[in-house]
Design a protein around this ligand. Structure first.
Ligand SMILES: CC(=O)SCCNC(=O)CCNC(=O)[C@H](O)C(C)(C)COP(=O)(O)OP(=O)(O)OC[C@H]1O[C@@H](n2cnc3c(N)ncnc32)[C@H](O)[C@@H]1OP(=O)(O)O
Ligand SMILES: O=CC(=O)O
Ligand SMILES: [Mg+2]
Length: 354
C-alpha cells in the first residue's frame, strides 16, 4: 500500500498535482452519445444545454468497426464544440481490450485539457485503478495537461462488487462510480435479460391460507411483491463512495419506452444516496433532472428546519415532527443540494425560494 504522504504527489514528473476534494457540480445525468455518429454529435450543443454531463461512449454499444471513428469523433467534439459549463466525459474501452491504450493516449494527447472524467468499465479491483492512475499521470505530463483528469469506475462485475471499498480508495483521482446492472447480471450469472429495473420473478410471497385439515388452500390467492435485485450492491457502492469522498451514480435503464419504470429505478437510487444516473436517450435526461433534483416540498420543509434551529442542536417539534441534531443534518443535505442545483437552474431556484 502507498504511504498516505505520497497520495497527493503526482505519479509522474510534470503531471498536475492530484486533487484533495472531488468537485461536485450538478451531476444529475451522464448523457451517453456515440461519438462516431455524426447525427448525435450534431445534436450535442442542444443536449449540452439540458444535460449536466455528456459522455462520448467508446465501449459497449459502439460496433468494433466504428471504435476508431468514435475515438476520433470525440476528439472533434473536444476541439470544436462549445459545451458551455457542461462537463465532458468519456467511457473508454475496457482494460483487457486492444483499444484501451489508444483511447487513452489519443484522448489525453489531443483533448486532455477538455476531458473532465474518464469512465473505466469493468473495474475488478484497485489494481485496475492503479494502472490507469500511473498511465494518466505519464500522459498528462507528456501532453502538458494542467488539471488532473479524474477517474470513474463502473461497478459491473462480481469481483468489482467484492472489492468496491478498495476501488473507491485506490486513488485521489477517483471521482466516483456507476452501477452497471447489465454486465453485473452477466458476470454473476443472474438470469435476466433486462438492463436495470425490477423483475417479475424476483418477489416475495405472503404465507398460504390453510384449510380445516391444515393443508394449503390453493384457492386463496396469495399476495406477492416485487423486490429490488440491485439494492444490496447499490447500497454497498454508495457506502464505498461516500466513505472515500467520491460520488455514486446509478447506471443505465435499458427499456427506453418504459419511462415510469425508469423514473422508479432512478428514484430508488436517488433515495439511497446516488447523485445521478445515465441517460441513454434524450427522453431520460428529463427523467433524471426531475428525480435527482430534490422535491420542492422537502426542500421547503428542510429550509424551515434549518431556519428554526440555527445551531442544529437539541430537540424540537416542527409541523408535528420531532427534529434534532440528526434530522438537522438530513435537512442540510437536502438544502445544500438544492442550493448547488439552483446556481445552474433558475427555475429550480425560484421553486426552492432562494
Ligand atoms: C449497458 C450499457 O453499456 S448502456 C451504455 C451503452 N449504450 C448507449 O450508449 C446507447 C445510447 N443510445 C442510443 O444509441 C440510442 O438512443 C438507442 C439505440 C437506444 C435508440 O436510438 P433510436 O432508435 O434512434 O431512438 P429514437 O428513434 O427515439 O431517436 C430519436 C432521435 O434522438 C436521437 N438520439 C437517440 N439517442 C440519442 C443519444 N443518446 N444522444 C443524442 N441523440 C440521441 C436519434 O439520433 C434520433 O434523432 P433524429 O430524430 O434526428 O433521427
Ligand atoms: O455498462 C453498463 C452495464 O450495465 O453493463
Ligand atoms: Mg457494461
Amino acid at each position: 500500500m502507498r504511504s498516505p504522504r505520497d497520495f497527493l504527489k503526482p505519479l509522474c514528473v510534470g503531471a498536475p498535482d492530484p486533487i484533495t476534494e472531488v468537485p461536485f457540480p450538478p451531476s444529475r445525468m451522464i448523457h451517453f452519445f456515440d461519438a462516431s455518429n455524426e447525427k448525435m454529435r450534431a445534436k450535442l450543443p442542444d443536449i449540452a444545454a439540458k444535460a449536466d454531463i455528456v459522455l462520448g461512449n467508446l465501449e459497449d454499444a459502439v460496433p468494433v468497426d466504428r471504435k476508431v471513428a468514435a475515438r476520433e469523433g470525440l476528439v472533434t467534439v473536444g476541439k470544436e464544440i462549445d459545451l458551455g459549463g457542461t462537463q465532458l466525459w468519456t467511457r473508454i474501452n475496457a482494460l483487457d481490450s486492444p483499444w484501451c491504450i489508444d483511447d487513452l493516449t489519443t484522448l489525453v494527447g489531443e483533448i486532455g485539457d477538455k476531458l473532465d472524467v474518464i469512465m473505466v468499465p469493468k473495474v475488478e479491483g484497485p489494481w485496475d485503478i492503479h494502472y490507469i492512475d500511473r498511465l494518466l499521470a505519464q500522459l498528462e505530463a507528456k501532453a502538458g495537461v494542467k488539471k488532473p483528469i479524474l477517474v470513474h469506475a463502473i461497478l459491473e462485475t462480481a469481483q468489482g462488487v467484492a472489492h468496491v471499498d478498495e476501488i473507491a480508495a485506490a486513488s485521489p483521482r477517483m471521482q466516483g462510480m456507476s452501477f452497471g446492472p447489465a454486465d453485473l447480471a452477466a458476470s454473476r450469472r443472474m438470469k435476466t435479460t433486462r438492463v436495470g429495473g425490477g423483475h417479475p420473478g424476483y418477489l416475495s410471497m405472503s404465507d398460504p391460507t390453510l384449510d380445516a385439515d391444515g393443508q394449503i388452500d390453493a384457492s386463496v390467492a396469495r399476495v406477492t411483491a416485487q423486490q429490488d435485485p440491485w439494492h444490496y450492491s447499490i447500497a454497498r457502492m454508495v457506502d464505498a463512495c461516500t466513505t472515500n469522498g467520491c460520488l455514486p451514480f446509478y447506471g443505465p435503464f435499458g427499456d427506453i419506452k418504459d419511462v415510469a419504470a425508469c423514473e422508479a429505478q432512478f428514484r430508488a437510487a436517488f433515495l439511497l444516496g446516488c447523485v445521478g444516473a445515465w441517460s441513454l436517450h434524450p427522453v431520460q435526461i428529463d427523467i433524471a433532472k426531475k428525480v435527482f433534483s430534490p422535491p420542492v416540498d422537502e426542500v421547503l420543509f428542510a429550509k424551515k428546519v434549518l431556519e428554526a434551529i440555527p445551531d442544529g442542536k437539541g430537540v424540537h417539534m416542527i409541523d408535528g415532527k420531532m427534529q434534532d441534531d440528526a434530522t438537522w443534518k438530513q435537512c442540510k443535505v437536502m438544502v445544500d443540494l438544492a442550493t448547488m442545483l439552483s446556481e445552474k437552474d433558475p427555475e429550480l431556484k425560484a421553486a426552492y425560494g432562494f
